[in-house]
Design a protein around this ligand. Sequence first.
Ligand code: BEZ
Length: 205
Amino acid sequence: MKMKLHYSPASPFARKVRVFALETGLDRDIEPHAITVSPVNPNSELASDNPLMKVPTLITADGTALFDSRVICEYLDTLHSGRKLFPANGPARWQALRQQALCDGILDAAVLCRYEAAVRPEQFQWSEWRSGQLAKIAAALAALEREAASLEGELTIGSLTAACALSYLDFRLPEMKWRDNVPALAHWFGKLSARPSFHATAPPV
Ligand code: BEZ
Protein backbone atom coordinates (compact mmCIF):
# COMPACT_ATOMS: atom_id res chain seq x y z
CA MET A 1 0.00 0.00 0.00
CA LYS A 2 1.24 3.49 -0.89
CA MET A 3 1.96 6.17 1.66
CA LYS A 4 -0.18 9.30 1.46
CA LEU A 5 1.14 12.85 1.75
CA HIS A 6 -1.22 15.66 2.69
CA TYR A 7 0.36 18.82 1.30
CA SER A 8 -0.39 22.29 0.06
CA PRO A 9 1.32 23.31 -3.20
CA ALA A 10 2.38 26.63 -1.61
CA SER A 11 3.72 25.21 1.67
CA PRO A 12 7.52 25.34 1.83
CA PHE A 13 7.55 22.72 4.58
CA ALA A 14 5.55 20.34 2.39
CA ARG A 15 7.94 21.18 -0.43
CA LYS A 16 10.85 19.91 1.68
CA VAL A 17 9.14 16.52 1.83
CA ARG A 18 8.23 16.52 -1.85
CA VAL A 19 11.78 17.38 -2.93
CA PHE A 20 13.11 14.77 -0.51
CA ALA A 21 10.82 12.11 -1.99
CA LEU A 22 11.90 12.95 -5.55
CA GLU A 23 15.59 13.01 -4.66
CA THR A 24 15.40 9.59 -3.02
CA GLY A 25 13.06 7.93 -5.54
CA LEU A 26 10.37 7.52 -2.89
CA ASP A 27 7.89 9.67 -4.80
CA ARG A 28 6.78 6.43 -6.50
CA ASP A 29 5.60 5.12 -3.13
CA ILE A 30 3.72 8.24 -2.10
CA GLU A 31 0.26 9.32 -3.19
CA PRO A 32 0.14 13.12 -2.98
CA HIS A 33 -3.05 14.68 -1.64
CA ALA A 34 -3.29 18.44 -2.13
CA ILE A 35 -5.38 20.35 0.40
CA THR A 36 -5.93 23.93 1.44
CA VAL A 37 -4.74 25.04 4.87
CA SER A 38 -5.13 28.34 6.66
CA PRO A 39 -4.35 29.39 10.23
CA VAL A 40 -7.86 30.81 10.64
CA ASN A 41 -9.77 28.07 8.82
CA PRO A 42 -8.13 24.84 9.99
CA ASN A 43 -8.72 21.99 7.57
CA SER A 44 -10.75 19.49 9.57
CA GLU A 45 -9.97 16.83 6.95
CA LEU A 46 -6.57 16.62 8.62
CA ALA A 47 -7.77 16.55 12.22
CA SER A 48 -7.95 12.78 12.64
CA ASP A 49 -4.38 12.38 11.35
CA ASN A 50 -2.80 15.51 12.81
CA PRO A 51 -4.46 17.44 15.65
CA LEU A 52 -2.42 20.49 14.61
CA MET A 53 -4.16 20.30 11.20
CA LYS A 54 -0.98 21.28 9.40
CA VAL A 55 0.80 20.17 6.27
CA PRO A 56 2.86 18.22 5.58
CA THR A 57 1.34 15.14 7.20
CA LEU A 58 2.42 11.72 5.94
CA ILE A 59 0.36 8.57 6.39
CA THR A 60 2.78 5.66 6.27
CA ALA A 61 2.00 2.31 4.64
CA ASP A 62 0.87 0.89 8.02
CA GLY A 63 -1.43 3.87 8.63
CA THR A 64 0.76 5.81 11.07
CA ALA A 65 0.48 9.60 10.72
CA LEU A 66 3.80 11.47 10.83
CA PHE A 67 4.49 15.19 11.06
CA ASP A 68 6.26 17.67 10.82
CA SER A 69 8.62 17.97 7.82
CA ARG A 70 11.67 17.10 9.96
CA VAL A 71 10.15 13.89 11.23
CA ILE A 72 8.78 12.91 7.82
CA CYS A 73 12.10 13.49 6.03
CA GLU A 74 14.04 11.54 8.63
CA TYR A 75 11.52 8.70 8.36
CA LEU A 76 11.74 8.67 4.56
CA ASP A 77 15.53 8.49 4.81
CA THR A 78 15.14 5.08 6.50
CA LEU A 79 13.12 3.73 3.58
CA HIS A 80 15.60 3.94 0.71
CA SER A 81 18.91 2.26 0.08
CA GLY A 82 20.64 5.17 -1.67
CA ARG A 83 22.93 7.79 -0.14
CA LYS A 84 21.35 9.16 3.02
CA LEU A 85 20.41 12.84 3.16
CA PHE A 86 20.71 12.76 6.96
CA PRO A 87 24.40 12.07 7.60
CA ALA A 88 24.60 9.21 10.11
CA ASN A 89 26.94 10.74 12.66
CA GLY A 90 29.80 13.08 13.42
CA PRO A 91 30.20 16.75 12.49
CA ALA A 92 28.47 16.25 9.12
CA ARG A 93 25.27 15.18 10.90
CA TRP A 94 25.22 18.14 13.27
CA GLN A 95 26.01 20.55 10.46
CA ALA A 96 23.13 19.23 8.35
CA LEU A 97 20.68 19.27 11.29
CA ARG A 98 21.77 22.76 12.35
CA GLN A 99 21.37 24.05 8.80
CA GLN A 100 17.94 22.47 8.64
CA ALA A 101 16.99 24.20 11.92
CA LEU A 102 18.35 27.54 10.71
CA CYS A 103 16.45 27.35 7.43
CA ASP A 104 13.24 26.07 9.05
CA GLY A 105 13.60 29.18 11.23
CA ILE A 106 13.82 31.37 8.11
CA LEU A 107 10.66 29.67 6.91
CA ASP A 108 8.85 30.11 10.24
CA ALA A 109 9.56 33.85 10.13
CA ALA A 110 8.69 34.16 6.43
CA VAL A 111 5.40 32.28 6.81
CA LEU A 112 4.49 34.53 9.77
CA CYS A 113 5.16 37.57 7.55
CA ARG A 114 3.01 36.03 4.84
CA TYR A 115 0.12 35.41 7.23
CA GLU A 116 0.46 38.87 8.72
CA ALA A 117 0.08 40.44 5.27
CA ALA A 118 -2.40 38.03 3.68
CA VAL A 119 -4.57 36.81 6.54
CA ARG A 120 -4.54 39.33 9.42
CA PRO A 121 -7.05 42.18 8.97
CA GLU A 122 -5.22 45.37 8.01
CA GLN A 123 -6.21 47.28 11.15
CA PHE A 124 -4.50 44.65 13.32
CA GLN A 125 -1.25 44.50 11.35
CA TRP A 126 1.86 45.59 13.24
CA SER A 127 4.82 46.79 11.22
CA GLU A 128 7.37 46.44 14.09
CA TRP A 129 6.37 42.83 14.46
CA ARG A 130 6.96 42.24 10.75
CA SER A 131 10.31 44.08 10.96
CA GLY A 132 11.31 41.75 13.77
CA GLN A 133 10.64 38.70 11.60
CA LEU A 134 12.48 40.25 8.65
CA ALA A 135 15.48 40.96 10.91
CA LYS A 136 15.59 37.29 11.92
CA ILE A 137 15.55 36.27 8.25
CA ALA A 138 18.33 38.74 7.38
CA ALA A 139 20.51 37.52 10.27
CA ALA A 140 19.98 33.88 9.33
CA LEU A 141 20.84 34.62 5.69
CA ALA A 142 24.05 36.36 6.79
CA ALA A 143 24.98 33.31 8.88
CA LEU A 144 24.27 31.02 5.95
CA GLU A 145 26.33 33.22 3.63
CA ARG A 146 29.34 32.71 5.92
CA GLU A 147 29.04 28.96 5.49
CA ALA A 148 27.84 28.90 1.87
CA ALA A 149 30.85 26.77 0.87
CA SER A 150 29.55 23.97 3.11
CA LEU A 151 26.33 23.80 1.07
CA GLU A 152 28.26 22.77 -2.02
CA GLY A 153 28.64 19.07 -2.74
CA GLU A 154 26.19 16.28 -2.08
CA LEU A 155 22.64 17.25 -1.14
CA THR A 156 21.80 16.92 2.57
CA ILE A 157 18.72 17.76 4.59
CA GLY A 158 20.53 21.00 5.42
CA SER A 159 21.11 22.15 1.86
CA LEU A 160 17.70 20.88 0.73
CA THR A 161 16.00 22.98 3.44
CA ALA A 162 18.15 26.00 2.57
CA ALA A 163 17.05 25.83 -1.05
CA CYS A 164 13.37 25.51 -0.07
CA ALA A 165 13.72 28.52 2.25
CA LEU A 166 15.40 30.73 -0.38
CA SER A 167 12.81 29.75 -2.96
CA TYR A 168 10.01 30.64 -0.53
CA LEU A 169 11.56 34.11 -0.04
CA ASP A 170 11.40 34.55 -3.83
CA PHE A 171 7.78 33.39 -3.78
CA ARG A 172 6.34 35.33 -0.84
CA LEU A 173 8.85 38.07 0.05
CA PRO A 174 10.38 39.13 -3.29
CA GLU A 175 10.58 42.72 -2.03
CA MET A 176 13.31 41.55 0.38
CA LYS A 177 15.66 41.10 -2.59
CA TRP A 178 17.53 38.56 -0.47
CA ARG A 179 20.27 38.03 -3.08
CA ASP A 180 21.59 41.59 -2.65
CA ASN A 181 23.63 40.87 0.50
CA VAL A 182 24.48 37.20 0.09
CA PRO A 183 26.27 36.64 -3.26
CA ALA A 184 27.75 33.24 -2.44
CA LEU A 185 24.38 31.93 -1.33
CA ALA A 186 22.71 33.37 -4.43
CA HIS A 187 25.28 31.65 -6.65
CA TRP A 188 24.83 28.32 -4.89
CA PHE A 189 21.01 28.60 -5.01
CA GLY A 190 21.12 29.29 -8.75
CA LYS A 191 22.77 25.92 -9.31
CA LEU A 192 20.77 23.92 -6.80
CA SER A 193 17.39 25.23 -7.86
CA ALA A 194 18.00 23.91 -11.39
CA ARG A 195 17.53 20.34 -10.12
CA PRO A 196 14.44 18.58 -11.55
CA SER A 197 13.11 17.97 -8.02
CA PHE A 198 12.92 21.74 -7.48
CA HIS A 199 11.31 22.42 -10.84
CA ALA A 200 8.71 19.71 -10.24
CA THR A 201 7.69 21.21 -6.88
CA ALA A 202 7.72 24.92 -7.71
CA PRO A 203 4.96 26.82 -5.90
CA PRO A 204 1.94 27.93 -7.94
CA VAL A 205 2.28 31.24 -9.79
C1 BEZ B 1 1.66 30.01 1.71
O1 BEZ B 1 0.69 30.13 0.94
O2 BEZ B 1 2.62 30.79 1.70
C2 BEZ B 1 1.64 28.85 2.68
C3 BEZ B 1 0.74 27.81 2.48
C4 BEZ B 1 0.72 26.75 3.38
C5 BEZ B 1 1.59 26.72 4.46
C6 BEZ B 1 2.50 27.75 4.62
C7 BEZ B 1 2.53 28.82 3.74
